[in-house]
Design a protein around this ligand. Structure first.
Ligand code: GDP
Ligand code: MN
Length: 397
């Protein structure tokens, strides 16, 4: 689950990480109020208006603008709220902006030579440890830095059981070329950043840029936070921060129906029981020349109701030109699933306009095939896995 910048910053702040302060607003009027309040609290006279969407690169896309007066705050907020913001990380049509963060300007005049760093915390799956990745080259695409000047990216591996050690935090600060007050500030920053990451069961924290002001304060100007969905049950407060408007609609609906569904780009819908079989079904579709439109694990109880829900979800993706149902009857009997498919099909009237290929294998597979063949419905049955994939290709040809 992703957080918005303002939510990520609040989380960081609650762990003692210094942040560029800001107040979120969902209309221009509130934006002006936020700006006034912020001026009173921080003394800032300039503000940055930042679009809150789940995507980076907002600066380049026109989603981050400097406001030098309250009038500016109002006009800029008016422009940004409601816009379809396009950045290199959004879908081609962009993402709709519902809220802006009104933040204190931290590149203020007088802060003559701010330094921008890059810092992220993530899991290194290869070593099974957490990793702090950091660079003096902040403020730009880290991908470009990695490509052009990889020697300017440092990593520090943290043992998840021991947590960050003081010598490690010092090493990070030294490698960033800091000394004096800034060094101490950075040690504090890294330590609280890592603690925030670990305590919130995150899978990614990315702060780009981390800013050093000319008076040696270190603060987070941006935040990208990804939390581990599987750990959300123990962070009820964080789970509430979910913004469903930012997520794939079909996936949200499937999730609510208890189906494991991941939207993909192809045109062959897949309905499968078991994640492993679902993965190999996608592989076989691809090997046979097709492209899967989704990953869908209907789970153990593939009854008529569930099959119907699954069909409806698969068909919401208008790219789907054929559906392959691939069920292995181990605990669930194939004839029951076959009846489920038939009932669901009949129930849906003419909602199903694409060919359906059904392969049922395992307990009572023969009875299942007989049921399908005798149903008179426009369903193609197959026995072997490859045969099913070939039949998909035939109907698409
Ligand atoms: P991103 O483009 O989505 O990564 O959004 P960021 O939060 O990183 O902001 C983009 C850029 O806006 C930063 O790299 C800064 O150069 C600029 N920016 C952010 N905060 C301020 C600020 O307080 N003052 C000024 N002048 N620029 C800022
Ligand atoms: Mn950024």
């Amino acid at each position: 689950m992703n957080l918005h910048e303002y939510q990520g910053k609040e989380l960081l702040n609650s762990f003692g990480v210094r942040i560029q302060r800001g107040i979120v607003a969902d209309n221009p009027k509130k934006a002006v109020e936020a700006a006034k309040q912020l001026a009173a609290e921080t003394g800032t006279g300039w503000w940055v208006v930042k679009a809150q969407i789940h995507a980076g690169g907002r600066g380049k896309g026109g989603g981050v603008k400097l406001a030098k007066s309250l009038d500016d705050v109002e006009t800029i907020s008016n422009d940004i709220i409601g816009m379809m913001l396009k950045t290199p990380q959004t879908p081609p049509q962009g993402k709709k902006v519902h809220k802006v963060l009104i933040a204190e300007d931290v590149y203020y005049p007088g802060n003559s030579e701010p330094e921008e760093y890059y810092m992220s915390v993530l899991l290194n799956r290869a070593t099974g440890k957490n990793m702090i990745m950091y660079s003096t080259e902040g403020g730009m695409d880290i991908e470009t830095v990695a490509e052009k000047t990889p020697h300017l990216i440092f990593t520090e591996e943290i043992d998840p059981l021991l947590g960050i050690q003081p010598f490690q935090a010092r090493k990070v600060a030294f490698n960033l070329g800091l000394s004096g007050v800034a060094l101490k500030e950075m040690i504090k920053f890294v330590t609280s950043l890592y603690t925030a990451f670990a305590k919130s069961d995150a899978s990614l924290f990315e702060i780009n840029p981390v800013l050093k002001t000319s008076d040696d304060k270190i603060l987070a100007v941006d935040s990208k936070v990804v939390l581990d969905d599987n750990a959300l049950y123990r962070h009820k407060d964080l789970a509430e921060l979910r913004d469903l408007r930012e997520e794939n609609e079909i996936e949200v609906e499937a999730n609510a129906a208890g189906l494991n569904y991941v939207d993909l780009d192809g045109n062959v819908g897949c309905m499968v029981n078991g994640a492993g079989l679902a993965m190999s079904t996608m592989d076989l579709i691809k090997q046979s020349g097709g492209e899967p439109a989704n990953f869908l694990d209907v789970g153990g109880t593939a009854d008529a109701k569930r099959v119907e829900t699954a069909f409806r979800i698969i068909l919401k993706d208008t790219n789907v030109k054929a559906i392959l149902v691939n069920i292995f009857g181990g605990i669930v009997r194939c004839d029951r699933v076959a009846q489920g498919v038939i009932d669901a099909y009949k129930n849906m009237g003419d909602a199903i306009k694409v060919p359906i290929i059904v392969r049922l294998q395992g307990t009572n597979a023969i009875e299942a095939k007989e049921l399908i063949d005798a149903s008179g419905l426009d369903v193609i049955s197959a026995t072997e896995f490859q045969e099913a994939a070939d039949k998909v290709q035939e109907v698409l040809a």
